[in-house]
Design a protein around this ligand. Sequence first.
Ligand SMILES: CC(C)(COP(=O)(O)OP(=O)(O)OC[C@H]1O[C@@H](n2cnc3c(N)ncnc32)[C@H](O)[C@@H]1OP(=O)(O)O)[C@@H](O)C(=O)NCCC(=O)NCCS
Length: 182
Amino acid sequence: MRASRHEGLELKVPQPVPEDWRNRLLAHLMRLSPESRRNRFFVWMSDEALARHAARTDPAAVVEARVDGMTRGMAEVHLLHGPRAAAEISVSVEDGWQRRGIGAALVHRAIREARRRGAEEITLFLLPGNAAMRKIAFRAGFVRAPYGDGTLFEARLLLPSVAVRRARFHWPAGLDLGRARA
Ligand SMILES: CC(C)(COP(=O)(O)OP(=O)(O)OC[C@H]1O[C@@H](n2cnc3c(N)ncnc32)[C@H](O)[C@@H]1OP(=O)(O)O)[C@@H](O)C(=O)NCCC(=O)NCCS
Protein backbone atom coordinates (compact mmCIF):
# COMPACT_ATOMS: atom_id res chain seq x y z
CA MET A 1 0.00 0.00 0.00
CA ARG A 2 1.24 3.49 -0.82
CA ALA A 3 1.07 4.41 2.84
CA SER A 4 4.35 2.58 3.19
CA ARG A 5 5.86 5.82 1.85
CA HIS A 6 5.53 6.73 5.51
CA GLU A 7 7.94 4.78 7.61
CA GLY A 8 6.33 5.97 10.85
CA LEU A 9 2.70 5.39 9.79
CA GLU A 10 0.58 3.13 12.00
CA LEU A 11 -3.11 2.39 11.54
CA LYS A 12 -4.86 1.71 14.85
CA VAL A 13 -8.34 0.34 15.37
CA PRO A 14 -8.89 0.50 19.13
CA GLN A 15 -11.56 -1.96 20.33
CA PRO A 16 -13.80 -1.19 22.05
CA VAL A 17 -13.78 2.43 20.90
CA PRO A 18 -12.33 4.24 23.96
CA GLU A 19 -13.88 7.45 25.28
CA ASP A 20 -10.61 9.37 24.95
CA TRP A 21 -10.85 8.77 21.21
CA ARG A 22 -13.36 11.62 21.10
CA ASN A 23 -10.72 14.03 22.37
CA ARG A 24 -8.25 12.86 19.76
CA LEU A 25 -10.92 13.10 17.04
CA LEU A 26 -11.74 16.67 18.04
CA ALA A 27 -8.10 17.72 18.20
CA HIS A 28 -7.55 16.17 14.76
CA LEU A 29 -10.64 17.83 13.21
CA MET A 30 -9.66 21.21 14.69
CA ARG A 31 -6.35 20.97 12.83
CA LEU A 32 -8.14 20.66 9.46
CA SER A 33 -8.20 23.75 7.24
CA PRO A 34 -11.61 25.32 6.43
CA GLU A 35 -11.50 23.65 2.99
CA SER A 36 -10.75 20.21 4.41
CA ARG A 37 -13.51 20.66 7.01
CA ARG A 38 -15.91 21.48 4.19
CA ASN A 39 -14.80 18.47 2.16
CA ARG A 40 -15.27 16.27 5.21
CA PHE A 41 -18.67 17.61 6.34
CA PHE A 42 -19.98 19.28 3.12
CA VAL A 43 -20.73 22.55 4.93
CA TRP A 44 -18.60 25.18 6.65
CA MET A 45 -17.75 23.86 10.14
CA SER A 46 -16.89 26.10 13.09
CA ASP A 47 -14.85 24.75 16.02
CA GLU A 48 -18.11 24.53 17.99
CA ALA A 49 -19.76 22.46 15.25
CA LEU A 50 -16.74 20.12 15.22
CA ALA A 51 -17.02 19.76 19.01
CA ARG A 52 -20.70 18.81 18.64
CA HIS A 53 -19.79 16.21 16.03
CA ALA A 54 -17.02 14.74 18.19
CA ALA A 55 -19.36 14.53 21.18
CA ARG A 56 -22.24 12.88 19.33
CA THR A 57 -20.78 10.65 16.63
CA ASP A 58 -21.22 6.98 17.41
CA PRO A 59 -19.15 4.86 15.02
CA ALA A 60 -18.87 1.07 15.16
CA ALA A 61 -15.14 1.46 14.54
CA VAL A 62 -12.58 4.19 14.20
CA VAL A 63 -9.31 3.95 12.33
CA GLU A 64 -6.57 6.27 13.48
CA ALA A 65 -3.58 7.04 11.30
CA ARG A 66 -0.66 7.96 13.51
CA VAL A 67 2.64 9.20 12.21
CA ASP A 68 5.47 8.95 14.69
CA GLY A 69 2.85 8.50 17.41
CA MET A 70 0.79 11.60 16.46
CA THR A 71 -2.74 11.30 15.07
CA ARG A 72 -2.75 12.75 11.55
CA GLY A 73 -5.81 11.12 10.01
CA MET A 74 -8.99 9.38 11.07
CA ALA A 75 -11.77 7.32 9.55
CA GLU A 76 -15.17 6.59 11.05
CA VAL A 77 -17.08 3.43 10.16
CA HIS A 78 -20.82 3.59 10.81
CA LEU A 79 -23.08 0.58 10.43
CA LEU A 80 -26.42 1.46 8.86
CA HIS A 81 -29.66 -0.21 9.77
CA GLY A 82 -31.75 -1.21 6.78
CA PRO A 83 -32.72 -4.13 4.57
CA ARG A 84 -29.09 -4.68 3.52
CA ALA A 85 -26.05 -4.93 5.80
CA ALA A 86 -24.46 -1.61 4.98
CA ALA A 87 -21.87 0.79 6.34
CA GLU A 88 -20.88 4.38 5.74
CA ILE A 89 -17.31 5.56 6.02
CA SER A 90 -15.83 9.03 6.29
CA VAL A 91 -12.20 10.00 6.39
CA SER A 92 -9.91 12.98 6.99
CA VAL A 93 -6.19 13.63 6.82
CA GLU A 94 -4.61 16.81 8.19
CA ASP A 95 -3.59 19.24 5.47
CA GLY A 96 0.16 19.04 6.06
CA TRP A 97 0.01 15.25 5.79
CA GLN A 98 -2.10 14.90 2.66
CA ARG A 99 -0.80 13.45 -0.64
CA ARG A 100 1.34 10.85 1.12
CA GLY A 101 -0.96 7.83 0.79
CA ILE A 102 -2.53 8.15 4.25
CA GLY A 103 -6.07 8.78 2.93
CA ALA A 104 -6.00 5.70 0.69
CA ALA A 105 -4.61 3.59 3.55
CA LEU A 106 -7.39 4.79 5.87
CA VAL A 107 -10.09 4.02 3.33
CA HIS A 108 -8.76 0.52 2.72
CA ARG A 109 -8.61 -0.21 6.43
CA ALA A 110 -12.09 1.27 6.99
CA ILE A 111 -13.46 -1.01 4.25
CA ARG A 112 -11.83 -3.98 5.94
CA GLU A 113 -13.33 -3.04 9.30
CA ALA A 114 -16.81 -2.58 7.77
CA ARG A 115 -16.50 -5.93 6.05
CA ARG A 116 -15.41 -7.63 9.28
CA ARG A 117 -18.61 -6.35 10.83
CA GLY A 118 -20.74 -7.94 8.12
CA ALA A 119 -21.26 -5.02 5.73
CA GLU A 120 -22.14 -6.03 2.19
CA GLU A 121 -22.33 -2.49 0.89
CA ILE A 122 -20.26 0.57 1.77
CA THR A 123 -21.21 4.14 1.07
CA LEU A 124 -19.21 7.30 1.19
CA PHE A 125 -20.27 10.85 0.38
CA LEU A 126 -18.08 13.46 -1.24
CA LEU A 127 -18.29 16.88 -2.82
CA PRO A 128 -18.00 16.71 -6.63
CA GLY A 129 -14.82 18.83 -6.60
CA ASN A 130 -13.00 16.55 -4.16
CA ALA A 131 -10.43 15.16 -6.61
CA ALA A 132 -8.44 13.26 -3.98
CA MET A 133 -11.46 11.42 -2.61
CA ARG A 134 -12.76 10.68 -6.09
CA LYS A 135 -9.43 9.07 -6.98
CA ILE A 136 -9.28 7.03 -3.78
CA ALA A 137 -12.90 5.85 -4.08
CA PHE A 138 -12.60 4.97 -7.76
CA ARG A 139 -9.40 3.00 -7.20
CA ALA A 140 -10.99 1.11 -4.29
CA GLY A 141 -13.84 0.02 -6.58
CA PHE A 142 -16.58 2.46 -5.56
CA VAL A 143 -19.03 3.54 -8.23
CA ARG A 144 -21.14 6.67 -8.25
CA ALA A 145 -24.71 6.06 -7.15
CA PRO A 146 -27.58 8.32 -8.23
CA TYR A 147 -28.02 10.83 -5.43
CA GLY A 148 -29.82 14.14 -5.06
CA ASP A 149 -29.18 17.12 -7.27
CA GLY A 150 -25.46 16.64 -7.93
CA THR A 151 -24.21 18.99 -5.18
CA LEU A 152 -23.05 15.90 -3.29
CA PHE A 153 -21.89 12.58 -4.73
CA GLU A 154 -22.70 9.24 -3.20
CA ALA A 155 -20.20 6.48 -3.99
CA ARG A 156 -21.01 2.87 -3.31
CA LEU A 157 -18.96 -0.29 -3.04
CA LEU A 158 -20.69 -3.66 -3.17
CA LEU A 159 -18.94 -6.47 -1.33
CA PRO A 160 -19.68 -10.16 -1.86
CA SER A 161 -22.02 -11.38 0.87
CA VAL A 162 -20.66 -13.60 3.60
CA ALA A 163 -22.57 -16.58 2.14
CA VAL A 164 -21.02 -16.10 -1.29
CA ARG A 165 -17.56 -15.67 0.19
CA ARG A 166 -17.97 -18.85 2.28
CA ALA A 167 -19.18 -20.81 -0.76
CA ARG A 168 -16.16 -19.60 -2.76
CA PHE A 169 -13.82 -20.50 0.06
CA HIS A 170 -15.14 -24.05 0.27
CA TRP A 171 -15.25 -24.60 -3.49
CA PRO A 172 -13.06 -27.64 -4.23
CA ALA A 173 -10.27 -26.71 -6.63
CA GLY A 174 -10.86 -28.03 -10.14
CA LEU A 175 -14.48 -29.09 -9.51
CA ASP A 176 -16.40 -29.17 -12.77
CA LEU A 177 -19.98 -28.27 -11.89
CA GLY A 178 -21.39 -29.83 -15.09
CA ARG A 179 -19.80 -33.19 -14.44
CA ALA A 180 -20.58 -33.10 -10.75
CA ARG A 181 -24.26 -32.70 -11.54
CA ALA A 182 -24.30 -35.47 -14.16
C1 LIG B 1 -9.55 13.19 0.79
C2 LIG B 1 -8.34 12.97 1.69
C3 LIG B 1 -8.75 12.04 2.84
C4 LIG B 1 -7.21 12.35 0.89
O1 LIG B 1 -6.17 12.09 1.75
P1 LIG B 1 -4.66 11.97 1.23
O2 LIG B 1 -3.86 11.40 2.34
O3 LIG B 1 -4.21 13.24 0.64
O4 LIG B 1 -4.85 10.89 0.05
P2 LIG B 1 -3.72 10.09 -0.70
O5 LIG B 1 -2.37 10.66 -0.40
O6 LIG B 1 -3.95 8.66 -0.45
O7 LIG B 1 -4.02 10.50 -2.22
C5 LIG B 1 -4.83 9.76 -3.09
C6 LIG B 1 -4.68 10.36 -4.46
O8 LIG B 1 -5.30 11.64 -4.52
C7 LIG B 1 -4.34 12.61 -4.97
N1 LIG B 1 -4.59 13.87 -4.29
C8 LIG B 1 -4.42 14.14 -2.98
N2 LIG B 1 -4.80 15.40 -2.72
C9 LIG B 1 -5.20 15.92 -3.91
C10 LIG B 1 -5.71 17.18 -4.29
N3 LIG B 1 -5.88 18.16 -3.40
N4 LIG B 1 -6.03 17.37 -5.60
C11 LIG B 1 -5.87 16.40 -6.51
N5 LIG B 1 -5.41 15.15 -6.20
C12 LIG B 1 -5.07 14.94 -4.91
C13 LIG B 1 -3.00 12.04 -4.58
O9 LIG B 1 -1.96 12.61 -5.34
C14 LIG B 1 -3.22 10.57 -4.87
O10 LIG B 1 -3.15 10.32 -6.26
P3 LIG B 1 -1.85 9.62 -6.91
O11 LIG B 1 -1.75 8.27 -6.26
O12 LIG B 1 -2.18 9.53 -8.36
O13 LIG B 1 -0.69 10.49 -6.59
C15 LIG B 1 -7.81 14.33 2.26
O14 LIG B 1 -7.59 15.19 1.17
C16 LIG B 1 -8.74 14.97 3.24
O15 LIG B 1 -8.73 14.62 4.44
N6 LIG B 1 -9.60 15.89 2.79
C17 LIG B 1 -10.56 16.52 3.67
C18 LIG B 1 -11.65 15.55 4.14
C19 LIG B 1 -12.31 14.86 2.97
O16 LIG B 1 -12.31 15.32 1.85
N7 LIG B 1 -12.92 13.68 3.25
C20 LIG B 1 -13.64 12.94 2.22
C21 LIG B 1 -15.12 12.93 2.44
S1 LIG B 1 -15.56 11.92 3.81
